[in-house]
Design a protein around this ligand. Structure first.
Ligand code: GTP
Ligand code: MG
Length: 191
């Protein structure tokens, strides 16, 4: 897809702050520091639209980015960061669950895992959230540049078995491996 415009629109914590129009939304979710914001930037070929950080917990709100005036990318807060106080953790969880449960505009969720690790209990929780809310999703295993091709193959096999949603797309924000495959999935849903 040709990207002609990208624009940060707003941050939200509750449904009354979500954009009011009916444009379709693609949501990016996954553990804190897994690479959600980096995935958004590299899919769009821009730097710094979604803020990234080596410190987990950078994205603490639901951020809406309008792409080509046609659809939104939604950067969800990373969950499961150990050093965040329990009360805040619960708020983040509720924020994500509320969004997934009620958002009519949501056409596809991108569930992001770290290709270097087997899916964690938190990754399974993410899958359960999506399935419980009957939300269509694809699984993207990012940071693939950190693995050899043999390691990557084994990692994808494990993720496919555990996450239970067909094929897992290997991705790297560094090499842009997987970028076309992900755009294919998105394009099918936003036109
Ligand atoms: P929170 O907003 O804190 O939940 O994090 P996030 O999931 O948005 O992660 P973010 O995109 O900020 O990336 C976290 C760290 O991982 C940063 O240091 C990134 O540079 C790094 N990173 C993200 N994607 C990749 C990748 O594909 N390859 C490599 N090598 N590093 C990556
Ligand atoms: Mg982020």
């Amino acid at each position: 897809m040709k990207i002609v415009s990208t624009e940060f629109v707003k941050s939200a914590t509750a449904p009354e702050h979500y954009p009011r129009d009916k444009r379709p939304e693609i949501a990016f979710m996954g553990r804190s520091n897994v690479g959600k914001s980096s995935l958004i930037n590299s899919l769009l070929g821009v730097k710094g639209l979604a803020r990234t950080s080596s410190t987990p917990g950078r994205t603490q709100l639901i951020n809406f980015f309008l792409i080509n005036q046609a659809f939104y990318f939604v950067d969800l807060p990373g969950y499961g960061y150990a050093r965040v106080p329990t009360a805040i953790k619960e708020t983040w969880g509720q924020m994500i669950e509320t969004y997934l449960a009620n958002r009519q505009n949501l056409v596809l969720s991108i569930a992001i895992t770290d290709s270097r690790h087997n899916p964690t209990p938190l990754d399974l929780m993410m899958r359960d959230w999506l399935e419980a809310n009957q939300q269509p999703f694809i699984v993207v295993a990012t940071k693939a540049d950190k693995l050899s091709s043999n390691q990557l193959r084994a990692s994808l096999k494990c993720a496919e078995a555990v996450m239970g949603e067909g094929k897992v797309i290997a991705y790297s924000a560094v090499t842009r491996k997987g970028v076309e495959q992900i755009w294919r999935e998105i394009s099918r849903r936003v036109r």
